[in-house]
Design a protein around this ligand. Structure first.
Ligand SMILES: Nc1ncnc2c1ncn2[C@@H]1O[C@H](COP(=O)(O)OP(=O)(O)O)[C@@H](O)[C@H]1O
Ligand SMILES: O=C(O)C1=C[C@@H](OP(=O)(O)O)[C@@H](O)[C@H](O)C1
Ligand SMILES: [Mg+2]
Length: 191
């Protein structure tokens, strides 16, 4: 990257930091959208701390997400997810990646809307399916037809994700350019 590109990038990050005034940035959207991986890059660009609610839930429960779903069930996972997100949102200067179902839960959504600026990372079925197929760590997709399950979740959840403050497309472009697109969208939103 040239010197002028580096300084333009840091000027944008600085402008955004001022407009955010410490408020957390929370990434929401479907499994495979890139919340965890793009979120980490966004935090680096902004000089912010990065946390992932799934990771924090696993630490608190001393169990993996698939174990929590299997041993405790989804309702208990959602209750824990809400408690963890409520705790994390008290932190300033944070980028928080949530699990795909977090924002769908009305109480968690209220916490995020009240305490943060929310970003919907949006991708279409083909991209999401290709990405989630790389790993088998998503209990909701352990069905006879995971693609159909994903499609149904998209149908149910898209109208809810659309309540986020900004929407950014998570295409198959480098994750760093998705992070840059998030910064642009947030700068426009907070203008
Ligand atoms: N822009 C992108 N281009 C290509 N692959 C991506 C992109 N964003 C994310 N991925 C990949 O997709 C998979 C799912 O990403 P992840 O960040 O875990 O999504 P989420 O947390 O939203 O479920 C990972 O293998 C990640 O490297
Ligand atoms: O969409 C969902 O309900 C879920 C998404 C997962 O996180 P990612 O969106 O990071 O994959 C994880 O929280 C859990 O498997 C449930
Ligand atoms: Mg994730």
């Amino acid at each position: 990257m040239s010197k002028s590109e580096t300084s333009a990038r840091s000027a944008r990050a600085k402008a955004l930091a001022e407009r955010l005034a410490g408020r957390p940035v929370v990434l929401v959207g479907m499994m495979g959208a890139g919340k965890t991986t793009v979120g980490r890059r966004l935090a680096t660009r902004l000089g912010r701390r990065f946390l992932d609610s799934d990771e924090e839930i696993e630490k608190a429960a001393q169990m993996t997400i698939p174990e929590i779903f299997a041993q405790r069930g989804e309702p208990e996972f959602r209750a824990g997810e809400m408690r963890v997100i409520s705790r994390l949102l008290k932190e300033n200067d944070l980028v928080l990646a949530t699990g795909g179902g977090a924002f769908v839960n009305s109480e968690t959504r209220r916490l995020v809307k009240d305490g943060a600026v929310s970003v919907w990372l949006k991708a279409d079925l083909d991209i999401l399916f290709e990405r989630v197929s790389r790993r088998s760590n998503r209990p909701l997709l352990k069905t006879a037809d995971p693609r159909a399950t994903l499609e149904k979740l998209i149908e149910d959840r898209y109208p809810i994700y659309a309540e986020a403050d900004v929407t950014v497309l998570s295409r198959d472009v480098p994750q760093d350019s998705v992070a840059a697109d998030i910064i642009t969208a947030l700068l426009n939103h907070l203008r």
